[in-house]
Design a protein. Structure first.
Length: 319
């Protein structure tokens, strides 16, 4: 596939950066990552070539994503933003001064399109193209490596004389401030329930930290910060998270991933896709351990072809 356009990509969201790195892996497209607005401005001033700016859609007022979109809008530069999750569609482009939209917003599937339109995203902005990260993991899952659990436990300094439960952490307290409670739960209330139940059952607790979190957030436990998804999937006996994209990524390798959102006020895409076991009642948490996801095979095929489709779309921009 030939493309003469230069693509500049950058985001404060680790998931979006991973999206772009996966998309462009072993690809002939010219691309440059920018880490701050100054780098984008310098490139613009020094180059006359056609280029397109790709951003994520991180929440917040003064983010690299929104600053880049603003710069593009003010300098007649084409920009595309990806929403690689299924949540907070319109809010991702909101600032204290109003909304900041790119030229196009790339979504994962038709479910995301329906929800984005309902949230207020203009239809003219939306392109449904898939998700290259989930596609890549799906292909890896088809050819699973024969990873040995005991070797991985040793590698990450985790005891091998107990069953283990993995908690996928997130930063959610921002959604629960004062009288505002958008989710019905946060990471601390969720972890406290998991801790009280599984410690009594003799499990060792492992925490996969979010990239923005400091180690030790939940006290003295085993923490894993950097690890491949296929290795992480092999380590624990039980996997529990809330609404993280990592749950969907792990579901490419195992069919017993649990999304535990106590007293949740919102839905999770993993349940809609049949990729996870959804639990909102603490009394149903232990029985869910023996269950399997309802639609795992269809889910694993859902994103095949994403990379080719996205690259084909990008190749015709600005030409």
């Amino acid at each position: 596939m030939v493309c003469n356009t230069i693509f500049l990509f950058g985001s404060e969201d680790h998931g979006a950066v991973n999206y772009f790195n996966t998309l462009f892996e072993n690809c002939s497209f010219k691309r440059i990552q920018f880490f701050n607005l100054c780098e984008l401005e310098d490139f613009h001033n020094a180059n006359k070539d056609h280029y397109v700016v790709l951003t994520g859609s991180s929440l917040g007022d003064d983010t690299l994503d929104k600053n880049a979109i603003n710069f593009c809008n003010n300098n007649n530069v084409l920009s595309c933003s990806v929403i690689e999750h299924w949540s907070w569609y319109l809010e991702r482009f909101q600032t204290s001064k109003g909304f900041v939209f790119p030229n196009k917003i790339l979504l994962n599937d038709d479910i995301a399109k329906k929800e984005a339109l309902k949230s207020g995203i203009p239809k003219s902005k939306i392109e449904v193209l898939g998700n290259p990260v989930l596609e890549s993991l799906s292909r890896q899952g088809t050819h699973r490596k024969n990873l040995i659990q005991n070797q991985l436990l040793s590698k990450y300094n985790i005891p091998n004389n107990k069953k283990s439960v993995l908690f996928i952490s997130e930063q959610l307290t921002e959604f629960r401030q004062g009288n505002t409670d958008l989710l019905g739960y946060d990471e601390f209330t969720t972890f406290d329930i998991i801790h009280s139940i599984f410690m009594n059952l003799g499990y060792h607790i492992i925490i996969k930290s979010h990239p923005t979190e400091s180690e030790g957030k939940y006290g003295q436990h085993s923490y894993i910060r950097s690890i491949s998804v296929n290795e992480l999937a092999k380590i624990p006996d039980v996997v529990i998270g809330m609404g993280s994209m990592l749950l969907l990524e792990l579901a490419m390798f195992r069919d017993d991933v649990i999304s535990f959102r106590p007293n949740s006020k919102t839905s999770f895409i993993g349940k809609k896709l049949g990729a996870v076991i959804s639990v909102t009642d603490r009394n149903r948490l232990i029985p869910s351990i023996s269950r399997k996801a309802e639609n795992i095979d269809t889910f694993r095929k859902h994103f095949l072809g994403s990379r080719k489709q996205i690259l084909s779309y990008l190749s015709i921009l600005k030409q």
